[in-house]
Design a protein around this ligand. Structure first.
Ligand code: ATP
Ligand code: MG
Length: 429
């Protein structure tokens, strides 16, 4: 027997039971972004590998270990996007959207791909909603991004479930100076570092700061801290962000070890973290990346953004039972028809009802069946009324309207009066 076909490990089907939750989250987020003036951009899922190598940076886990890269039939190296910022910047440059200092406030949503170890909250195909703002150098927009995510948490009922971690990485010069100091400090203690951190000491030393290894963390207690290396402008920028968060009443925790996995950040970095999901607790992460546009060949252009992990947020909403009950909305009306002639009339009647009562959730019985089996399906659909159409009803141009959720009597309603009858009934709740 042939092996049954399966989805790729870490790449999930989102089943019909789950899609309402996804849509609820996406719709809430989209109308919120709309309200803040952010516009959607749709980007390809596949880009030239070079974009990510240059944008995210060699030496990062994402580029070195996690990318799905392949040669196409034309021998060009392509990569399934591991994140959205690089592609967004590429598109902005390609279409001149940031030229002449134009402000752009953009968002995108969709699947991202990383070859990671699949586990709860960590998949190989996962989904992000990302937001990016260009040509705004000040702390006001950093704060705006955080404020709008805070509003989302409040709307979703998650305000008590997440905390904000904040840090500033300073200018790239300040960061470089800090990197040297950190490397010098750790080099002297090289033998005590875990293997991963030893490797990172040459590839991406700042990442050692968020090592999960206890001995490495103990070593870091005496290490130089990034905040001591902040340049004056970055310090002021950071003060500006904090002042705005204070004004908006948003609490935060300064985390000097927050450096983010991707190489392109400078100044503000932040993460929204929950302790309700176990190890994969970051649900939204972002920061400023003033150097990225230049790095990808554009004129120096300030940029700042974040991405949230849709799977983790859906998991969090499910875990905390915060999904509104009305997400799985039952049918309102179920049409039962008996015999070919009645089926034809039922179809026409149903379509007329849909015209007359837009948005009506109406199911027409499919596949025929006895009285008993059709009523069973009507009941299971959750509908409040079954409409019954047999030979007698057809002859009299009426339907039987049978309440399914209370004991009231079945009524016979003329076809022409049916829309009005149902409208009245369904509204009465
Ligand atoms: P982590 O430290 O959890 O690996 P990251 O720093 O690699 O996260 P980002 O690149 O900043 O993550 O992505 C932003 C958000 O996307 C994360 O905070 C998380 O919510 C989500 N995310 C990242 N990788 C995955 C994944 N493999 N599966 C599910 N969600 C993910
Ligand atoms: Mg990661």
């Amino acid at each position: 027997m042939s092996k049954s076909l399966q989805a790729i490990r870490g790449m999930n089907d989102i089943l019909p039971e789950q899609t309402p939750a996804w849509r609820y989250l996406e719709n809430t987020l989209v109308s919120l972004l709309d309200g803040y003036g952010y516009r959607e951009i749709r980007l390809p899922i596949v880009e030239y590998t070079e974009l990510f190598a240059r944008g995210i940076g060699e030496g990062t886990d994402v580029v070195d270990k996690e990318m799905y890269t392949f040669l196409d039939r034309n021998e060009e190296s392509l990569t399934l996007r591991p994140e959205g910022t690089a592609g967004c910047v590429r598109a902005v440059l390609e279409h001149g959207l940031s030229g002449g200092g134009q402000v752009q406030k953009l968002w995108y949503a969709g699947p991202m791909f990383r070859y990671e170890k699949p586990q709860k909250g960590r998949y190989r195909q996962f989904h992000q909603v990302g937001v990016e703002a260009f040509n705004l150098p000040g702390p006001d927009v950093d704060a705006e991004l955080i404020v709008l995510t805070w509003r989302l948490w409040k709307q979703l009922g998650l305000a008590d479930a997440v905390t904000l971690q904040l840090n500033s990485l300073g200018s790239s010069e300040a960061r470089a100076a800090y990197r040297d100091a950190l490397v010098a400090y750790l080099q002297e203690r090289f033998d005590q570092l875990d293997e991963d951190s030893q490797r990172r000491l040459t590839t991406n030393p700042l990442r050692i700061l968020d090592s999960k290894n206890e001995q490495t963390q103990a070593l870091l207690v005496g290490a130089p801290t990034l905040s001591d290396y902040l340049d004056e402008e970055s310090r002021q920028h950071f003060e500006g962000v904090k002042a705005r968060l204070d004004a908006a009443g948003i609490r935060y925790e300064i985390n000097h070890k927050l450096v983010r996995g991707l190489d392109y950040y400078n100044r503000t970095v932040f993460e929204w973290v929950t302790d309700k999901l176990g190890a994969q607790g970051t649900v939204c992460a972002g920061g400023r990346y003033d150097g990225l546009v230049g790095q990808l060949g554009g004129k120096p252009t300030p940029g700042v953004g974040f991405a949230m992990g849709v799977e983790r947020l859906v998991l969090l909403l499910e875990t905390l039972e915060l999904l509104p009950a009305e997400l799985n909305r039952a049918a309102e009306v179920y049409v039962c028809a008996f015999g070919e002639a009645a089926e034809l009339a039922a179809l026409a009647l149903a379509e007329r009802l849909r015209d007359q009562l837009p948005g009506l959730r109406l199911l027409v019985n499919s596949g025929g069946g006895s009285f008993k089996s059709q009523f069973k399906k009507a009941d299971k659909s959750g509908a409040r009324y079954a409409l019954i159409l047999g030979e007698d009803e057809l002859a009299a141009r009426v339907v039987g309207c049978k309440p399914l959720r209370d004991d009231s009597e079945q009524q016979s309603i003329a076809w022409d009066a049916l829309a009005e009858h149902l409208a009245g009934r369904l509204q009465r709740g």
